[in-house]
Design a protein around this ligand. Sequence first.
Ligand code: ZN
Length: 244
Amino acid sequence: MRTLPTLADGFVDLVLGSRCVGCERPGRPLCGACRAGLPAEAGLRRPTPCPDGLVPPYAAGEYAGVLRALVLAHKERRVLALAAPLGELLAVSVAGAAGAVTSGPVVLVPVPSRPAVVRQRGHDPTLTLTRAAARARGTGVVTARLLRLRPGVVDQAGLDAAGRAANLAGSMTAPAAAVRRLARRCPRAHVVVCDDVLTTGATLREAQRALEAAGVPVLAGAVVAATRRRSDDARSGVPGPNFR
Ligand SMILES: [Zn+2]
């Protein structure tokens, strides 16, 4: 009986050509061993330098290794089966972000993606992960799409920290109707802004600014993973993780 999982994994590989994104073992897109090794606790990961006034950002780990492979395979290669483990990782960060909340619902607000990118990819990974995280956290945690992107925002990849901040300044808005709906549904909401990867903190800061401008206080940020800053990445042409 001990060989059954291997046979099953081999069969999956034969049919789907699937491999674990962590260790490349043929079989499921995330093998049991790699899944068992995922972080179970989030940490506070402030970017350096940190945007002024940024709410505390929590991440399950560094944007490297298995976490990076998971994010990219789900986002760029549409390995949709990875939404569940990624949602669990984001839920770990939400638990860190909302750790002190004892009453009132926790509302997860996904960072919006550019509509053209969503069409091109055929899905909205950040929204999917945020919903999966809400499901993983269970009762008292809901998702609300409060943020929209104004037209004119360009791809963040290839921009340095200053370029990213300028590109994003004033780029998001929280429509009054959506804010009113949330106020009716959850009058004492604790809002956590969710994203897949934290790089400079500019995206999270802009989401926070737009929500606060609409009268919605933000408790914290939660991401799957945070990059370790290498300030020369953008200039050397290494693609950053924020392809939205
Ligand atoms: Zn593996």
